[in-house]
Design a protein around this ligand. Structure first.
Ligand SMILES: NC(=O)c1cc2c(NC(=O)[C@@]34C[C@@H]5C[C@@H](C[C@@](N)(C5)C3)C4)cccc2[nH]1
Length: 232
């Protein structure tokens, strides 16, 4: 997160850190007791290994009550996701067991109505991604508020040049922005998860390249189908 600040501890009990060998790779969030939603591109450099999911954390390293690392039983990328673009960039992770819910570990509901969030709506995004242009990685969860940018503005040829589909949305990226490692985390508007930070590598903090997110509502049926099909 560039240009943001350390989050209030445990105000985002839905936040997950997707880790490999104890290292934070991507964000994600709890959508059901045994399911985390993240970004498909996050599996790009995992060489087929399964993530471990850290829940209930504020600091990545310090011992904290209710902080727990869960093993993953299954990782299901959206079938339309691919390495060449940001399309269908969603990943469902089934935890080995149901997460133990408490004041630091909670499910966050996601938007099911497929209607664009109005431009200029101020949303918030949090993550353990890099917090400086030099790539400093934080120990604590950071957050930043960002206004939604209309798809038309975002698709301007000097910005993302008509690559933003109706299944994506954008936020202004002037100075305050998501960055490497924030991918997979939720964009929360009025307390509801509207979208997921895409994981395509993009320049951070440059107003000419707004933040890109995968809207969740268009995928509600896919998410429900996967959760219903994979035996609990
Ligand atoms: N979404 C953004 O704003 C954003 C992402 C991002 C980035 N790249 C990643 O964060 C990942 C995401 C997953 C897992 C890891 C390997 C990778 N190839 C796939 C790329 C790190 C690099 C530079 C700037 C960036 N900005």
């Amino acid at each position: 997160i560039l240009g943001g600040h350390v989050a209030e501890p445990h105000l985002r009990p839905h936040m997950a850190s997707l880790q490999l060998d104890g290292e934070h790779v991507c964000g994600g969030f709890l959508i059901a007791e045994q399911w985390v939603l993240s970004a498909a591109h996050c599996t790009e450099e995992t060489d087929g290994k399964l993530f471990q999911v850290l829940l209930g954390a504020h600091s990545l390293t310090e011992p904290e009550p209710h902080k727990r690392l869960y093993r993953v039983r299954a990782q299901i990328p959206h079938p339309g996701s691919n390495i060449h673009n940001n399309k269908d960039d969603l990943l469902l992770l089934q935890l080995e067991e149901k997460a133990e819910l408490n004041e630091h570990v909670q499910v966050l509901r996601f938007q099911r109505e497929d209607r664009d969030v109005a431009a200029d709506t101020v949303c918030e995004v949090a993550g353990w991604g890099t917090v400086s242009h030099s790539g400093r990685r934080p120990d604590k969860l950071y957050q930043v508020e960002r206004p939604v940018l209309s798809r038309d503005d975002c698709n301007h040829r000097t910005r993302h040049d008509h690559t933003i589909t109706r299944n994506m949305m954008c936020t202004d990226s002037r100075k305050k922005d998501t960055c490497k490692g924030d991918s997979g985390g939720p964009l929360v508007c009025n307390g509801v998860a509207e979208a997921v930070v895409t994981a395509g590598s993009r320049v951070c903090g440059n107003y000419k390249k707004p933040g890109i997110y995968t809207r969740i509502a268009p995928y509600a049926a896919w998410i429900d189908g996967v959760m219903a099909s994979v035996a609990g």
